[in-house]
Ligand binder design. Sequence first.
Ligand SMILES: Cc1cc2nc3c(=O)[nH]c(=O)nc-3n(C[C@H](O)[C@H](O)[C@H](O)COP(=O)(O)OP(=O)(O)OC[C@H]3O[C@@H](n4cnc5c(N)ncnc54)[C@H](O)[C@@H]3O)c2cc1C
Length: 234
Amino acid sequence: MPSMPGLLATLTEKSFGHRASIAAIEQISPNFRRVDLRVEPLKSGWKAGQDIQFRIDDNTFRHYSVMAVDDTGTAISVLFHQGVDGPGSRWAAALSVGDDVIALGMNTPAPKYRGDRHLYLGDGSAVGVIHGLAATQNANGTASGAVEVPAEDREALAGLLPGIDVLPAEPVPGTAVAEWIEATASTEARYDAASLFGHAQSIQRQRRILLDRTELSKKSITTKPYWATGKVGL
Ligand SMILES: Cc1cc2nc3c(=O)[nH]c(=O)nc-3n(C[C@H](O)[C@H](O)[C@H](O)COP(=O)(O)OP(=O)(O)OC[C@H]3O[C@@H](n4cnc5c(N)ncnc54)[C@H](O)[C@@H]3O)c2cc1C
């Protein structure tokens, strides 16, 4: 629901909204900003890797991902990939410590991932979700994969993504990850399941390569588009 009439937006906010305030902000690299929020508890509990939405103006919402949750369940972090010319990115860039915001969260079960050997693929928009999910996965099994980000952010982000190769993005989105799969995916690289996040057109290409080059079945590959060329606010 990226955009809707103001009254409907207010009703949506009242149904799913939780009061939150910005507790801390850290510019972790040139294009990535981590924002920590104190937030009202979600009935089913906030979970690392779950979707969250913010109302960024009267009519507009944008989706983000919970990157981490503290032990009390009332402090969450979101990692914003900056530099996109859009209202969500401008809203995130303008946030300051002490600001009050509304966070929309659904009471959904924790994401279930089949198998221990999980492959994660993504881009800058997916660093937060992959950090959240792979941290849980690594407690029980082995998470691996690749994420493409601007070259100047690689070093800072590598520490957030253990087990994941952090690649320098090329001018055409998806190219670095597609080349990585082609270079590494063979019958020797065995995975039980895969999750593909980020640029819509790129994850379709990645899915095709995985189906062609690995033993992964259609059912074992989950795709979640976060943005698409020529579209606003997925
Ligand atoms: C479920 C879900 C979870 C998400 N989680 C995160 C998250 O944790 N962190 C995060 O930073 N983003 C996340 N996103 C993406 C986020 O919702 C926005 O797409 C992003 O902030 C850009 O919004 P915008 O309003 O600035 O740009 P828009 O108005 O949506 O788009 C403006 C233009 O920029 C292009 N564009 C959009 N995103 C990108 C990009 N990443 N790179 C290059 N061009 C782009 C669009 O194609 C469009 O042409 C998530 C999206 C979804 C659906």
